[in-house]
Write a protein that binds this ligand. Structure first.
Ligand SMILES: NC(=O)c1ccc[n+]([C@@H]2O[C@H](COP(=O)([O-])OP(=O)(O)OC[C@H]3O[C@@H](n4cnc5c(N)ncnc54)[C@H](O)[C@@H]3O)[C@@H](O)[C@H]2O)c1
Length: 312
């Protein structure tokens, strides 16, 4: 098949593109490299088409069967520093790619997020939960952006017959997740801090929970819902194993034999207290995790040590 992966130079997009290439598809990656790296595609660079473009402006006369839209900055610091770009990726850029999908009669796969649930009071959270989200808080460009993104996809489905699948991704981690204070997300940040001996910075008291999925499990689940799921359906992709952030910090400290202290910092605004995915819908399709957290962290740690230049 002819496939676009928008955001394909990013963490998740590059792993997804690799899988799609391995399966024999013709893959075009569209990415503005705002947080992604062309180097993430080095394993498949000669076997894909790469177009550096913002999805807000992208167009093509080529014929495509599937368009994956993963193009959105995804770390909290990014969406606090570039709130307009993040909001526009999920609204204007999303609109632009939806029109391209309609022109091609392509399946449109929109990468949404567990952030659409906000600070949920039902745990584990299923796809039918409507969300408890602030429209005006500093997380809103991202979480309301994703909510509007979903609403736009469903509107095009109702009015123009857009064939779509919405995937609500929960915290995913693994090799190529970008580090540093700007791009870094929790597991990657802890790993970088642990291997460089800096304090491991836990927000709040660390009793807040998240559920984590190793990137290869996430990519397998995306592949499964596209091949075996229902068109016009929404799927949680994540894990129902809930873990406290402090426990993750301690696990990473132990697994890396780090001398770093654990330091507690102010909890960011609207930080969700608990997060865990009800994944019965993808389980019914036959999904199960292959990578327990200890194994996934070991692989991520090995990758970080191999690629560390001590400046992260
Ligand atoms: N990784 C997770 O835990 C997670 C969780 C929930 C949702 N998601 C969603 O999955 C998608 C991929 O996330 P990721 O973790 O790989 O993040 P990432 O930052 O590594 O990847 C995003 C990619 O999109 C590109 N991009 C951003 N805005 C763009 C634009 N306007 N035009 C073109 N390219 C653009 C970036 O350069 C980057 O390569 C995002 O939509 C994110 O919201 C990820």
């Amino acid at each position: 098949m002819n496939i676009i992966v928008a955001g394909g130079a990013g963490f998740l997009g590059s792993h997804l593109s690799e899988k799609l290439v391995e399966e024999g598809n013709d893959v075009t990656v569209v990415d503005d490299l705002s947080s992604g790296l062309e180097g993430n595609l080095s394993n498949i660079r000669r076997r894909i088409h790469f177009i550096k473009s913002d999805i807000v402006d992208f167009d093509s006369d080529d014929k495509f069967d599937v368009i994956f839209n993963l193009a959105s900055n995804a770390s909290r610091i990014e969406w606090e520093k570039r709130p307009v770009e993040v909001a526009l990726s999920n609204s204007s850029g999303n609109n632009n790619l939806i029109k391209l999908a309609l022109k091609n009669r392509a399946l449109y796969v929109y990468a949404s997020s567990s952030e659409v649930y906000g600070n949920p009071d039902v745990i584990p959270t299923s796809e039918s939960y409507l969300g408890r989200v602030s429209t005006t808080g500093s997380r809103s460009p991202y979480d309301e952006g994703k909510r509007f993104g979903e609403a736009l996809v469903k509107s095009y489905e109702r009015e123009y017959g857009l064939r779509n699948i919405i995937i609500r991704l929960f915290n995913t981690y693994g090799p190529r997740m970008r580090g540093g204070d700007f791009y870094g997300r929790v597991i990657d940040r802890f790993i970088q801090q642990a291997i460089t001996g800096r304090p491991i910075t836990v927000y709040g008291d660390g009793m807040q929970t998240r559920s984590f999925t190793y990137v290869k499990d996430t990519v397998d689940a995306i592949d499964l819902v596209v091949k075996s799921g229902s068109v016009n359906q929404v799927y949680n992709i994540g894990n129902d194993r809930e873990m406290r952030i402090l426990d993750i910090a301690e696990l990473i400290k132990k697994m890396s034999n780090s001398t770093s202290e654990i330091e507690f910092m102010k909890l960011p605004e609207d930080d969700p207290r608990r997060r865990s995915a009800d994944i019965s819908r993808i389980r019914k399709l036959g999904f199960s995790h292959r990578f327990p957290i200890e194994l996934g962290i070991q692989y991520t740690l090995d990758y970080a040590i191999e690629n560390s230049n001590g400046t992260v």
